[in-house]
Design a protein around this ligand. Sequence first.
Ligand code: FCB
Length: 467
Amino acid sequence: MTITTMAARGTVVFPENFIWGAATASYQIEGAVKEEGRGQSIWDTFSHTPGKVFEGHTGDVACDHYHRYRDDVALMKELNLGAYRFSVAWPRVQPDGQGAVNPAGLAFYDRLVDELLEHEIDPYVTLYHWDLPQALEDRGGWTDRDTAYRFADYARAVYDKLGDRVRNWATLNEPWVSAFLGYGNGVHAPGRTDAAESFKAGHHLLLAHGLAAQALRAQGAEQIMLVVNASPVMTPAQVHDPAAEASEADAEAVRRVDALLQGQFLEPALRGRYPEEVLRARSLQGGLDHILDGDLETINQPIDLIGINYYNPTVVEAGPGTPADAAWPGSQDVRFSPADAPTTAMGWPIVPSGLSRLLVRLSRDYPEVGLMITENGAAFDDVVVDGRVHDPGRQSYLEGHLGAVHHAIQQGADVRGYLVWSLLDNFEWAFGYDKRFGIVHVDYESLVRTPKDSALWYKQVIGANGW
Ligand code: FCB
C-alpha cells in the first residue's frame, strides 16, 4: 500500500483501491413490512409496543426503500459510491425463521444486487442487523441455542440465491448490541432485561456467527466478516492525552469494560477463547453451562475482515460502590463518564482520534485480518432550506474521522475501506425518526430524498480519493 500525503496542499490521499461507500439496514429503511410474504420481526413487535420507541414511530414505511431501491441505487451512483452495505431481513426470507424460504422475499435482494452491479457498486451483505423473526423469539430468541443453527440455515439460503454475485458477507451486525440492549437493558427489541440471559444471547450470537461463517465458506464465499461496535475504552484524562497515567483502579475499570465490549466478541471469534474478565462476570450471572464443549472451536472460524462501527470512545473510571449498568453486566464499581468533547444530536462525544487508536490497536492485535469501517457517521438536527441541507457539523465529523482513518493507515493499520452511516436518514431504533444520520435527507411525508451538503462533499472526496 502506498500512501501519499501532500502536506503542502493539506491534501490527504487514500491508498489506491480504498473502498468508499455507505451503509444501511433492512428494518431502518425498507418499509413494506407486510408485503410479499414477509413475516414479523422482533422490531415490528417492539416498535408497535407503546412506550418503546420515540413517539410510537415504527418501520412500517420507513424510507420505502423496498419500492424505491432503483432510485436509491441511482442516487448512490450519482454520489460516486463504490460499495453499498445493506442487510437482509431474515423474516422476508424465512417468515417464521426456519423451514422453506419465501422466494418473493429473496427476489427483492436479488433485484437489488443486480441493480447495484449494473451501477458498478459492490454489494456488502449483512445477514443479521437485528430483525430476528418473531417466531424464533417466541421460542427463546437468542437465549435459545437452536436460533444459532436456524441462522446458519438462513445464511445458506441467502448465499444460494446471491452467492454467485455477492463477494462480501457479514454475518452479524454488532452482537454486543443485540445481546446487551436486546436482553440486558431492554432498550432494543425484544426488550428483555436479564443479565444472565444477555450473556447467553451473546454466546449464541457468536455460535451463530461461527456456524454461518463455516457454511458461507463451504459454499465459496470470498470475504467473510464480523461487524462489531468497537470503541476504544479510556479514562477521562486519556480522551485528550492517550498517554495520561491511570491509577491501578482506573486501569482495571478500563480493562474490564474493554473485555466486555471488544474481547467478549473478538477473542472467541479470532482466538477461540473468552477473556478472563468475561468468564468471571458470566460465572456470577447464571454460570457458564451454556458454553458447550467445542463451541469455541466452532466460533473461531477463519474470517477475512473485522467490520468496525465506530461512533465515539467509551470513557470509564473506577467508581467504588457503583452498581453494574444493565447494559454492562459485570461492570459494577465502574463509572461511565462523559468525555470532554463536543457532541452530536445523540449526545455522543466527537473524538476522531479514538478511531485512529482503535484501528492501530486492532490491526496490531489481529494482524491476520483486514479492517473495514462498516459504519461511521453522526446525527444532527438537519433542516431543508430552499432545497439544500447545510450540515457543516456532519461534514466536519466525517472529515475528522476520515482523517483519523488515514492517520491509522499511515501508522500501519490495514484498513481497506470506509462506509458512511448512513446513506439515508432512517428509523434510528428507539429514537425513531427523530435522529437523522443520513448524508441524504429524507422527508418522511413525501419520501423525497435530498442529498445534504455532506453528501456532495463526500462525493468529491470519493472522486479525488481524498482531499
Ligand atoms: C449502530 C447501528 C446502526 C445505527 C447506528 C447509528 O449501532 O448498527 O443501525 O443505528 O448505530
